[in-house]
Ligand binder design. Structure first.
Ligand code: ZN
Length: 307
């Protein structure tokens, strides 16, 4: 009788104690690239909520009441900084969140904000308008700084989990080293003067600076409006003048325009590249490392000398 009573009591106590021990650190990350990094380093020790989802635009995001609730319940908030998330301060204030905020770009050497190209500002989307280019994660060297900052934030939030967090961080850093070596090796055979790419989204400044690729954002291209005939003509002139080999222009969906650009310039039209957001889980860029690898394949395929 006594024994029958004792066993369920012990079980009940164990059940009561377990959730407290296994409670993950609740982290809110502003967009998918940061969310992935937190997951890589936090592993099972974190529960990550990402505010701007796959393929979303973190520059112009409008937070929801659910976002404020997620922040209100968070132990740690992880942001990019450098003016990327113009909406985050208001959201933090509205949510009542008083906890720590990890600014992942802390320690990155920032590139100055977007320049006007030949007097034509490109307005593809509301790109920060700040003093700095926020897309620092596009250099893997910077991603390592991001990872260090995230590790620091997670260890401070959950010091009892420091050992496993450090082990996860080391594993992630090894992946970053590997993909960085791949990028350098793949670009090496392509002469520096041939590494010129046009994108409609001016998000590859850090990539270009780190890996020696010239990225040009064509004049007057917009993600909202359709490219005008004048836009296309200017773009064709620029592609010819700069002898650009590869063009990544997601916004020009009209196949006749793509044909016109390839016919008149000889440039190749590249596939989809990911800059500010990861793909959905079943897409080609579900993690940061997958994104860098996917973009590299797209860039090198487009830049490879014509045979
Ligand atoms: Zn962007």
């Amino acid at each position: 009788m006594k024994r029958l009573f004792a066993v369920p009591l012990a079980a009940a106590l164990a059940l009561f104690a377990l959730p407290a021990l296994a409670e993950p650190v609740k982290v809110v990350a502003t967009f998918t690239i940061l969310g992935d990094m937190v997951r890589q380093i936090g592993g099972d020790e974190v529960a990550v909520t990402t505010l701007v989802g796959p393929d979303g635009d973190a520059h112009v995001y409008e937070p929801t009441p659910a976002d404020a609730r997620a922040l209100g319940a968070a132990n740690l908030v992880v942001v990019n900084g450098l003016g990327m998330e113009g909406w985050i301060d208001r959201l933090v204030k509205a949510s009542g969140y008083k906890g720590p905020v990890t600014v992942t770009s802390t320690g990155v050497k920032p590139i100055a904000g977007e320049e006007e190209h030949d007097g034509h500002g490109h307005d593809d989307h509301d790109h920060g308008h700040g003093a700095f280019d926020p897309h620092a994660w596009q250099s893997v060297a910077n991603a390592k700084i991001y990872a260090d900052n995230i590790l620091k934030g997670l260890v401070a939030a959950a010091p009892d989990k420091a050992a496993v967090l450090r082990a996860n961080h080391a594993a992630f850093e090894a992946k970053l080293d590997a993909v960085e070596a791949e990028i350098k090796a793949a670009l090496k055979p392509i002469p520096r003067k041939d590494r010129k790419i046009v994108t409609s989204h001016d998000a590859f400044g850090y990539y270009g600076k780190t890996y020696g690729v010239t990225f040009l954002a064509p004049v007057g291209m917009s993600t909202e409006a359709e490219a005008s005939a004048g836009d296309i003509a200017r773009m064709i002139r620029q592609i010819k003048k700069e002898k650009i080999r590869a063009v990544f222009v997601e916004t020009i969906a009209d196949p006749r325009l793509l044909e016109q650009i390839t016919r008149e310039t000889g440039a190749r039209i590249g596939g989809r590249v990911y800059s500010d957001a990861l793909s959905a889980a079943d897409g080609p860029a579900a993690t940061y490392v997958d994104m860098m690898r996917h973009n590299l394949q797209q860039f090198t395929r487009a830049l490879a000398p014509a045979s």
